[in-house]
Write a protein that binds this ligand. Sequence first.
Ligand SMILES: Cc1cc2nc3c(=O)[nH]c(=O)nc-3n(C[C@H](O)[C@H](O)[C@H](O)COP(=O)(O)OP(=O)(O)OC[C@H]3O[C@@H](n4cnc5c(N)ncnc54)[C@H](O)[C@@H]3O)c2cc1C
Length: 376
Amino acid sequence: MQSNTSDVIVIGGGAMGTATAFELVKRGRSVRLFEQFSIGHDLGSSHGYSRIIRRAYYEHPDYVPFVDRAYELWRELEKTVAESLLAVTGIIEIGAPESPLLKGSLLSCQLHAIAHESLDAAQIRARFPQFQVPDFMRGVWQKDAGILAVERCILAFRLAAKNAGAMLHEEEEVLSIEPQKSGVAIATRRGRYTAPNVIVCAGSWAGRMLADLNLPLCVTRQPLGFFTPKKRELFELGTFPLFLMELDGRSFYGFPFFGVDYMKVASHTHGKIVTPDTVDRSFSAADESELRDFLDAHIPEAGGRLSFGKICLYTNTPDSDFILDAHPKHPNILIAAGFSGHGFKFASVVGETMAELCVAGKTRHKIDRFALGRFG
Ligand SMILES: Cc1cc2nc3c(=O)[nH]c(=O)nc-3n(C[C@H](O)[C@H](O)[C@H](O)COP(=O)(O)OP(=O)(O)OC[C@H]3O[C@@H](n4cnc5c(N)ncnc54)[C@H](O)[C@@H]3O)c2cc1C
């Protein structure tokens, strides 16, 4: 009879789960990775061709060493799968001088000696004539930022994990997690599996998967628009920069052509509160007009025909910091959740962190700000 045991069960084959599975098999652990859909799907938080990676972390300077290690691990993954996954392009962050975006970004630059340039509005317009920027605004240019090919990264982790011996259970939803006297059992429609350790990386489904903890997670609907620019040559990779722009308490971000020859733009401000099972995944006329209004005001040559739109999900904590911790009652259940719309760039280092916590009970990374205990 086939044994249903392994050293570790990872629940969720998205960004964090595939990275964690790979880091565990690298450490010689036998791993079963469960994904309710097929890995690389577009129903969670990890689709839409591209994700930003940046060092000048405006959210908090504590993230800088974490992202620096993430860069190293992305480069290692590229070597493992012999594929290019990260394109360094630089990013221009634009906002009022007192905005959290600019103040936070400059603070991280100062504390971690990150190479950057501060630009005034005229300098931004001169360097990047695609932007219409009001005179009071300022910019921070950070050359090390870049773009991760989001779906290809996940498929790379999947391949690397599988090649190193991970057992993949795709299209197999985990229905329950049952702590045992020693170890943990999980149930799916196909069977029951046991392991000494379980790691929950369930993205927008984490709240439901860990209902006993009543985690303060709020899932929001985030539309992405892909536009055919009026002047295509202005938005090619290498011509148009990655950008983040904060205006009147709202923020927008966008990409040059990457993976597709459309300009991708989205709002980083939290959208409507939803659940992953009932969210409306159709891209509406209202979604288009919110993005088009922003483009018309600030990047007018980008706002040509809408080619298509997609809906993605943020899983937000109250403070937008992640949760990387053990279950308070069952220390052999580890949790990686609440990535609050800025987690993808860290997937490689989150995988390393969770694998270290699982194998050694501790990690080299400073993860105090991600403790569950902060919610009381
Ligand atoms: C529009 C958008 C733009 C973003 N931009 C950026 C960016 O530029 N830079 C950045 O760093 N981050 C960005 N993020 C955030 C980042 O993409 C997410 O933080 C990250 O992808 C979350 O990964 P995850 O593994 O937690 O979730 P997911 O990748 O969604 O994975 C969770 C997986 O768990 C599976 N699952 C859930 N429950 C079960 C179950 N019971 N059984 C089996 N499988 C289950 C799901 O099917 C899913 O595949 C963005 C997010 C969105 C939505």
